[in-house]
Design a protein around this ligand. Sequence first.
Ligand code: ADP
Ligand code: ASP
Ligand code: MG
Length: 602
Amino acid sequence: MALIVQKYGGTSVGTVERIQAVAQRVKATVEAGNSVVVVVSAMGKTTDGLVKLATDITNQPSRREMDMLLSTGEQVSIALLTMALHAQGQEAISLTGAQVGIVTEAEHTRARILKIKTDRLQRHLNEGKVIVVAGFQGISQTSDLEITTLGRGGSDTSAVALAAALAAEKCEIYTDVPGILTTDPRLVPEAQLMEEITSDEMLELASLGAKVLHPRAVEIARNYGVTLVVRSSWTDEPGTRVISPRPQPRPLEGLELAHPVDAVEFDTDQAKVALLRIPDRPGIAARLFGELATQTLNVDLIIQSIHEGNTNDIAFTMVKANLARAEAVAEAIGPALRSNPTDTTQAEVMVDQRMAKISIAGAGMIGRPGVAANMFSSLAAAGINLQLISTSEVKVSCTIDIDDCDRAIAVLCQAFEVTSSPMPQGVPTTSDPAPEVRGAALDIKQARVAIRHVPDRPGMAAKIFQLLATHGVSVDMIIQSQRCRLVNGQATRDIAFTVAQADAQTAKAVVESAAAELGFGDVAVDEAIAKVSVVGTGMIYAPGVAARMFKALSEQGINLQMIATSEIKISCVVAEAEGVTALRAVHNAFGLAGLKRTVVPA
Ligand code: ADP
Ligand code: ASP
Ligand code: MG
């Protein structure tokens, strides 16, 4: 008899009729010979309603009381679903997170799961009962047994963690769409269903705004090799499989506290080309990367920093063997970028062969503000200066002087207690060939913070991000510019990063408080930004993916404010008002749109 964990989201249990339909599906799964643990969310928009009640009373509710309040939503739905099962003649029992023993950190509103006690679950399963568990909640390990919640959207994480703890045959996430689509069908109805996606790709998409799965759920599925499927509550279609490589065995103790970093990766066969002072207008990146793609020159990291005045810098890296050709493209294009002969901007090309790329990688860094900071401090303590920095949710990459590479590897391996490996050559785990772009996502909940004139010496990035981490601010995309500017005889660079909009003012205040002491210039915040991203394992091998994305955006007249890439994703920051247009343009450019339109039930 197989054990299956099924999770039903808010819309799927939004009405009494929906709850009865869920009960029928659960009963059918039992009748097919399975044991079933069901995880449910609160009904419909209940959690949003509770948040509104709280903020009607105070704009700074206590986080403990928020957990007390929000955890009630799921308690309603577990009781009703269990009654519906009883009414259909199915034995069942509802349990809150505390009654199961879903033990978490004492960190209110964003607790991580430490362990799940399975004895009571096993007992009820042996009695032939369906167990209906409240998602999104747990209980702290402290003597006071505090109710905690896992963060919005956290029921997915409860379900996958239960599947891992019980070694379930599979975890099925039932929701209001047919599965994982190439992008959010509410924004692009022509988005198409995927049969499968790798957990690496899904982690990126989930972190970049695809809320169909909570990123921490994907992280647990990947770490513990849980078979994960996303399906519609309304149909019997198979949905989408999330494919994970076979994991290293790991203990269930400290479930979500596994090492934040899985690996330190390095690459000494890279060189960098930087174009400085190029005009800040749509189409420039498209032209540069279009020309590189025409010559089949594959680029790796691409970084475009914030603009100063009316110019930008773009830097990119590639294998050393391609440097001469890439430099020639950049040299040829640089002067041509001047909009008219009187233009005073003087584009300049710089190359660097004496660089190495060093990265830390691991899904465990999601939502942990201290990890990037720890990397920067470890390097700073060894006197290693950072040149370019580019991050994704699951990776932080820096370029450094090649002579510092061995030392950098050693200090990072020690700091994160892992071994080092050369950059992975991206072995796709789903059916070959992996598509260049599997999906696209839009995140409109971010703000950009830019710090001007940060002194160019070891330890600066470390100080900034350590400070933010101490104040609980999670930083998303970090970009350090290529251009060094002399300010009062001192070399400086600009650093820009994105944070959740809710954290933007805290981030600004924190950085400003250190500005005088550390010698920074002004700090600017822009909340009206959107981040549009494409993700695909196949892009590692394919020249021209970035060029296609930039071209699609420039054809819409959309200006790129920041660019950051990792091996399997490209993200661009654009004006918020242009976000949806940008997403549609990019989704079309990669041929992801299809004829079938997905209508999401209200
Ligand atoms: P649930 O309540 O079932 O947990 P969510 O609202 O959290 O549902 O997640 C499902 C929603 O995720 C969909 O209705 C859709 O609007 C959104 N979504 C965003 N990106 C994607 C994507 N790539 N594929 C499918 N759905 C997506
Ligand atoms: N009810 C919670 C929320 O709305 C948890 C969830 O649905 O996953 O965020
Ligand atoms: Mg959800």
